[in-house]
Design a protein around this ligand. Structure first.
Ligand SMILES: C[S@@+](CC[C@H](N)C(=O)[O-])C[C@H]1O[C@@H](n2cnc3c(N)ncnc32)[C@H](O)[C@@H]1O
Length: 214
C-alpha cells in the first residue's frame, strides 16, 4: 500500500502531534543553520529541500529570516498538489528566491545545474526508504553540498531495542560529517539530526539513484 502524502500532512493539524513537535525542532535547527552555514562571496546561501512536502518547515523560516532574499532555495517534491501548495505559500510569503520543482529527488539527474547547497534538508525521507538507500543517500550528499554545508535530517527512533537513527548518525560520521546537534525528545519518537560536511565535497555522479520510497 502506498502512503497518501496529502493525508499524511493532516498530522500537522494537531499542535500536540509528534509531527508538529518534529516541525518545531526542524525549524529551530534551520534557523541555526541559516546563521552558521557558509555562504558565497555575495553573502547569499543556497538551500535544497529533498522530498519537501508542502514546504512548511522551510518557507516560514525563510520569511522570518530572509527579508533580503539572500537564500536561493530549491524545494523538490514529487507530488504535484503538494509542490503547488509550496509554490503558493512561497508566493504568499513574498519569497522570490524560492523555486519548487515537481521532480524525483531520488535521482541525481534532478540536481544537475543546481548550485551546491549550503543547507540541505532531508526530512521525512530516511524512514520511508531501505537502510541501504539511506546509506547510499548519505554517501551521495557530499556531491550536493558546498564545503561546510549543513544537513538537517529526521528519522523515527525507538526507545527500546535497536534505534535506526543511531545507524544514520554513524553513516554521516563515516562520510565526513560532524554532528552539530541530535535531538531525541522524551515525549515523541522522532529524532532530528544536524550535520556539517567537513570532508571535501565530491562530484555528483549523473544517472544514478540515491533512493526510492518503499
Ligand atoms: C514523509 S513526507 C515529508 C514531507 C516534508 N519533508 C515534511 O517533513 O513535512 C515525504 C514526502 O516525500 C515525497 N516523495 C516521495 N518520493 C519522492 C521522490 N522520489 N522525490 C521527491 N519527493 C518524493 C512525498 O510526496 C511526500 O510529500
Amino acid at each position: 500500500m502506498t502512503t497518501d502524502w496529502l493525508e499524511w500532512h493532516h498530522q500537522y493539524d494537531a499542535s500536540d502531534s509528534s509531527l508538529s513537535g518534529r516541525l518545531a525542532v526542524v525549524r529551530r535547527d534551520l534557523r541555526r543553520a541559516l546563521v552558521e552555514a557558509p555562504c558565497d562571496e555575495g553573502g547569499s546561501r543556497s538551500l535544497i529541500s529533498i522530498c519537501a512536502g508542502d514546504g512548511r518547515d522551510v518557507l516560514p523560516v525563510l520569511a522570518e529570516q530572509d527579508g533580503g532574499g539572500q537564500v536561493r532555495a530549491c524545494l523538490i517534491e514529487l507530488d504535484p498538489t503538494l509542490s503547488q501548495r509550496a509554490r503558493t505559500t512561497a508566493d504568499d510569503l513574498g519569497l522570490p528566491g524560492v523555486r519548487v520543482r515537481t521532480a524525483d529527488a531520488g535521482a541525481t539527474d534532478t540536481y544537475l545545474g543546481l548550485p551546491p547547497a549550503h543547507v540541505l534538508l532531508a526530512c521525512g525521507v530516511f524512514g520511508n526508504i531501505t537502510a541501504d538507500d539511506v546509506r547510499r543517500t548519505v554517501a551521495t550528499l557530499p556531491g550536493l553540498l558546498a564545503p561546510g554545508g549543513i544537513v538537517i535530517w529526521t528519522r523515527a527512533g525507538r526507545s527500546t531495542g535497536h534505534d535506526p537513527s543511531q545507524d544514520v548518525r554513524s553513516w554521516f560520521t563515516d562520510h565526513g560529517f560532524t554532528e552539530l546537534s541530535f535531538t531525541r525528545p522524551a515525549r515523541h519518537p522522532f529524532r532530528v539530526g544536524m550535520n556539517r560536511l567537513d570532508a571535501d565535497p565530491r562530484p555528483l555522479t549523473p544517472g544514478t539513484r540515491m533512493f526510492t520510497f518503499v
